[in-house]
Design a protein around this ligand. Structure first.
Ligand code: ZN
Length: 267
C-alpha cells in the first residue's frame, strides 16, 4: 500500500522547513518522483513567497541567457576521440618510452657484442603507457569516464592501441638499421601487453604492469646481463612459441570484459 505524505508535511517540504530531517526529505522526494497526485498537491501547497522567489529566478535566468555571450560550440568529435583514444597524461610517459628505446638502439650500435638491450626492453616498453592509460590517479576526468558505458576493457584497448601506435613504429624503424628480428621485437611486446591487460582486470592495471615488468626483468633481463648472453627466450628459434603465446593471450584478453566492470580494475 502506498502511503502519501500528508498536506502538512508537503507544505513544510515546499517551504524548505529546516526542522525536517534528511531521511524525511529524501522519502518525500522519492515519493514525488513517482506520484503525480502529490506533485500536484505540492504545487498547490507551495507558499507564496517561494512562488515569488521561483518566478524571480526564472525571469532573471531568462534575462541572463538572452543577454549573455553565445555558447561556445563544443568540438564533440575531437573531444570524444581525444578522451577515448588518448589522455594528455600519456604524453610524458610515451616521450620517456621513446627516449629509452632510442638510447637502447644507440647502445646497440655502439656495442654490438653485448646482449641486445633493445630486445630486452621492447617487451616491457608499452607497459608504463598501458598503466597510465587506465589509472584514476593521472586522469582528472576519471570518475566521469569510468561511469560511461564506453569505459572498461574497450576504452583500455583503445588507449593501449594509441600506446602501441607509438611504440611499434619506433621498434620497427629502429630495427631497420640493425640485425634484430622484427618478430622477436614485436611478439614479446604484444604478449606482455596482452598479459598486463588480462591480469589488470583482476589486480588493477598498474599492479599488473609492474608485476609483468618485474617477472620479465628477473627471468630474462637479469640472467642475460649476468651471463652476457641473450636469454634463450629471445633467440630466433623461439619466434613460433612467442607467436602462439601472443595469439593465446590476445584471445584470452578479449574475454576479460567482465573483469573491467569490477572495482579492483580501477586502481
Ligand atoms: Zn502521493
Amino acid at each position: 500500500m502506498i502511503t502519501h505524505p500528508n498536506v502538512a508535511l508537503l507544505t513544510r517540504y515546499a517551504g524548505g522547513d529546516p526542522g525536517l530531517d534528511e531521511a524525511t526529505v529524501w522519502s518525500v522526494e522519492v515519493h514525488l518522483e513517482a506520484c503525480p497526485d502529490c506533485r500536484a498537491r505540492l504545487a498547490g501547497s507551495t507558499p507564496d513567497d517561494t512562488r515569488a522567489l521561483l518566478d524571480r529566478v526564472a525571469v532573471e535566468m531568462d534575462r541572463s541567457i538572452a543577454t549573455g555571450p553565445a555558447p561556445v560550440p563544443v568540438r564533440r568529435f575531437g573531444a570524444a576521440v581525444h578522451r577515448r583514444w588518448f589522455i594528455r597524461a600519456l604524453l610524458p610517459w610515451l616521450t620517456m618510452t621513446v627516449a629509452v628505446l632510442g638510447c637502447a638502439f644507440l647502445l646497440e650500435g655502439l656495442w654490438p657484442g653485448l646482449p641486445s638491450l633493445v630486445l630486452l626492453l621492447a617487451p616491457v616498453a608499452p607497459l608504463p603507457g598501458v598503466a597510465v592509460a587506465w589509472s584514476r590517479r593521472v586522469d582528472p576526468a576519471w570518475e566521469l569516464i569510468a561511469g560511461t558505458p564506453a569505459a572498461g576493457l574497450t576504452m583500455l584497448l583503445r588507449r593501449t592501441a594509441a600506446v602501441l601506435a607509438v611504440v611499434i613504429p619506433v621498434l620497427a624503424v629502429g630495427s631497420a638499421g640493425t640485425q634484430l628480428s622484427v618478430a622477436l621485437l614485436l611478439l614479446p611486446c604484444l604478449a606482455c601487453t596482452a598479459a598486463t591487460i588480462a591480469l589488470g582486470g583482476r589486480l588493477g592495471v598498474r599492479r599488473a604492469a609492474a608485476g609483468v615488468a618485474v617477472v620479465w626483468a628477473a627471468a630474462v633481463v637479469l640472467p642475460s646481463m649476468v651471463t652476457a648472453q641473450l636469454s634463450a627466450v629471445l633467440r630466433p628459434d623461439s619466434v613460433p612459441v612467442w607467436a602462439l603465446a601472443t595469439a593465446v593471450l590476445v584471445a584470452f584478453t578479449a574475454t576479460r570484459n567482465g573483469d573491467y566492470r569490477r572495482l579492483s580494475s580501477l586502481s
